[in-house]
Design a protein around this ligand. Structure first.
Ligand code: PEP
Length: 695
């Protein structure tokens, strides 16, 4: 594949990975933010499984849940917009470096049955999660390594607005859902679900087999029982566990069982077959429940008594003292039923929370901070909106998210395109005109530059320079003329020539600024002689002195930093031309040393295409060959820096250029002059080439 195609393929791959990651991180962060308590419970499960639950303060899992959702969501949005690339790719890499081995451990050891990476919205097995993470790790490494290929959608001027608004939105969403209830409910106890139907197993389906173990106490002695040897009522119920023995059809709701705390009776059927209204005060651990709204809860209970509605407090706290303490503290008169802890946490994400059912169908749910009060409970439920099934649907939630998140960001995007990018474009155009006055006229310079190589003593060089100066004096010149001489000539030759007619340059310079580099000559030393140009990357230096793309990159920077113009040489060797690889080669030479430059710096460069097989060999590239590759070089500059810069870069041809072929070569639209070796050592020959522009 040619270099340009490789470049396009890398761009496509990195951006595909970036969108995959963005989508998954946004989804994962969003579903966690919607249900912060769910993620909190999951983190608690992890801590318990790893025996670390006592190590952190009780608020830590919830805090971590909120931070994790905000982190994932923000990384996703930043990746989507292609902003803050370093931060977003580094954070996603760190996240995946931690998550991938962790999920491998989970898959192998199974300490928690589902990882919870997408909350309850999309439950994966531990092995599915691990393989998903392997794919994501590959994508993350790709975007981390290729971050510069990520195409950005908003300018640097507005990226702060996108980042800040995203963080604000996701934190607000988490806190809102924590304070109220999840705005999207992915669990089997959603509003509108019928609990009895959710528990039904279709005819013929084999149910999962669970073994229930009950812990009961008598005379201070605790013992475990199963349903087969369940003892008489002199034993007091303490706790129960349910272990899956054989997986079969699993109804959405399989663990809803209400045991009257005082009588020990299972009243599930009685409650679910009741055609009237029933309130459940769900307090999975009553000792941890928030008691700040107890008056309101008691009022709701009184209201139920008055209208003949059921009211039960469902809890998994089985200790008498815990329930009694609640009763003492709150004056609760309502009955208590015992239920599985996980079921209660699944039913409602608030402790306590309130659920209203009728005929086993869930009509409404309230968090502790949002309980209905006397102003709402003004009549029988039959006559109130409250007694009907709440209509807020997922569509409504998605509309709200679009309204409060997507639309503001689209607005920012629009503003960015309309105002910021337009201003930036204007400023860039203005800057470019200042950088290179030629851009104003859309004309690039024609240049004929001589490369003396390692020829001429100082005296001979002085004579050659003087003669050339004289030959050009009084002549009308249609191109810039440059002579690049050995270092020792520079200081003597520069003052001898008319700077308005002839520019002087070096043939090389050091890749270091200054210091202990014996035998080297720095760019600043070259500049101090009054010279204006430096040839860099000549094929002889690449071949005989091992100059690499990396050293040349340094040299280019130093040359530019010292106010000099690099004449940067590129070109292929014969075998590469014969293998038709010339475009690939010149592209990699350009990309390897120049394409990291800013547009402003790149606009200062002069390029010289010199096929190595034509240098000093007498073989010249044909005019058509020269035009073809010069046009290709210019097209890569268009891709990298845009048409305006490409149109204004001079690209010289070098390689056995003589007065006899210069005219034909220079007549090509993309050939802007020549870099001349042998013919530059003789005034007449050199002038003959310069005159090619006069004809
Ligand atoms: C050169 O060395 O840059 C060059 C083009 O040499 P010649 O003109 O001698 O081929």
């Amino acid at each position: 594949m040619r270099n340009k195609e490789v470049h396009i393929a890398i761009n496509v791959w990195v951006n595909l990975c970036r969108f995959l990651l963005a989508g998954l991180f946004i989804f994962s962060g969003f579903v966690k933010a919607v249900d912060p308590l769910g993620t909190h419970y999951k983190i608690q499960d992890y801590l318990t499984a790893f025996g670390m639950d006592g190590l952190f303060p009780s608020y830590a899992p919830l805090l971590f849940s909120i931070v994790l959702s905000a982190l994932e969501f923000s990384i996703g949005v930043l990746l989507f917009f292609g902003v803050r690339k370093k931060t977003s790719t580094t954070l996603s890499l760190l996240l995946m470096i931690v998550m991938t081995p962790l999920t491998l451990y989970l898959a192998l050891k199974n300490p928690v049955s589902d990882c919870g990476c997408f909350g309850d919205a999309w439950v994966l097995t531990n092995w599915q999660t691990f393989w998903k993470n392997v794919v994501l790790l590959i994508a993350v490494i790709s975007v981390f390594v290729g971050k510069r290929h990520i195409i950005r959608f908003v300018s640097a001027k507005t990226e702060w607005l996108v980042s800040l608004y995203t963080i604000f939105f996701v934190l607000f969403l988490s806190l809102y859902c924590l304070n109220r209830l999840p705005v999207l409910d992915f669990r089997p106890y959603r509003i509108g679900e019928n609990i009895a139907e959710g528990m039904t197993i279709p005819e013929g389906a084999k149910p999962s087999v669970f073994e229930n173990t009950f812990i009961l106490e008598k005379n201070g002695v605790r013992k475990e029982f199963t349903l087969d040897n369940y003892p008489d009522s002199t034993w007091k119920f303490i706790d129960s566990h349910s272990v899956l023995k054989e997986k079969g059809y699993e109804p959405a709701i399989h663990d809803f069982s209400m045991m009257d705390r005082d009588t020990g009776e299972d009243i599930t059927d009685q409650v679910l077959t009741n055609k009237g209204y029933t309130f459940f005060l769900v307090a999975h651990r009553i000792e941890e429940a928030d008691d700040s709204n107890i008056d309101l809860i008691n009022e709701i209970y009184d209201y139920c008594v008055e209208h003949g509605y059921g009211f039960y407090c469902l809890t998994s706290s089985s200790e008498d003292s815990e329930i009694d303490q609640w009763r003492d503290k709150t004056g609760a008169e309502y009955p208590f039923c015992l239920m599985d802890d996980i079921t209660l946490k699944t039913m409602i994400r608030s402790n306590p929370g309130l659920m209203l059912i009728k005929n086993a169908t869930i009509l409404n749910k309230w968090s502790d901070n949002d309980l209905p009060d006397e102003y709402e409970l003004t009549d029988k439920l039959e006559n109130l909106e409250l007694g009907k099934q709440k209509v807020k649907s997922d569509v409504y939630t998605i509309e709200q998210v679009i309204l409060w998140f997507v639309l503001p960001l689209l607005f920012v995007l629009g503003l960015d395109i309309l105002v910021v990018k337009r201003n930036e474009r204007k400023r860039k155009n203005k800057d470019q005109k200042l950088i290179n006055p030629l851009i104003k006229t859309k004309m690039r310079k024609n240049i004929v530059a001589g490369n003396w190589k390692m020829n001429k003593t100082l005296q001979e060089g002085i004579t050659l320079a003087k003669d050339l100066n004289e030959a050009l004096a009084g002549e009308k010149q249609n191109c810039d003329v440059v002579i690049c001489t050995p270092f020792i000539h520079l200081a003597s030759v520069t003052p001898l020539v008319d700077a308005a007619k002839i520019g002087v340059g070096a043939e090389n310079c050091a890749d270091k600024e200054s210091g202990a580099y014996t035998g080297e000559v720095s760019a600043s030393m070259v500049a101090s002689t009054g010279a204006k140009y430096v040839i860099l990357g000549h094929s002889e230096r690449r071949a005989y002195y091992g100059e690499t793309a990396a050293t040349l990159k340094e040299k280019v920077k130093l040359v530019l930093a010292n106010g000099l113009t690099p004449i940067f040489c590129i070109g292929e060797v014969l075998e590469e031309r014969e293998a038709n690889k010339q475009n690939e080669i010149v592209y990699s030479q350009l990309a390897g040393s120049l394409y990291d430059l800013s547009a402003e710096d790149f606009a200062k460069i002069v390029l010289a295409y010199e096929p190595v097989w034509a240098i000093g060999t007498g073989k010249t590239a044909s005019a058509a060959q020269a035009q073809e590759i010069h046009a290709y070089i210019r097209s890569t500059i268009v891709d990298k820096y845009g048409k305006e810069i490409a149109d204004n870069i001079s690209i010289l041809y070098g390689g056995s250029c003589k007065a006899s072929n210069a005219k034909e070569l220079f007549a090509n639209p993309d050939v802007d002059g020549g870099l001349i070796g042998g013919a530059a050592l003789n005034v007449a020959d050199f002038k003959g080439i310069i005159d090619a522009f006069n004809a």
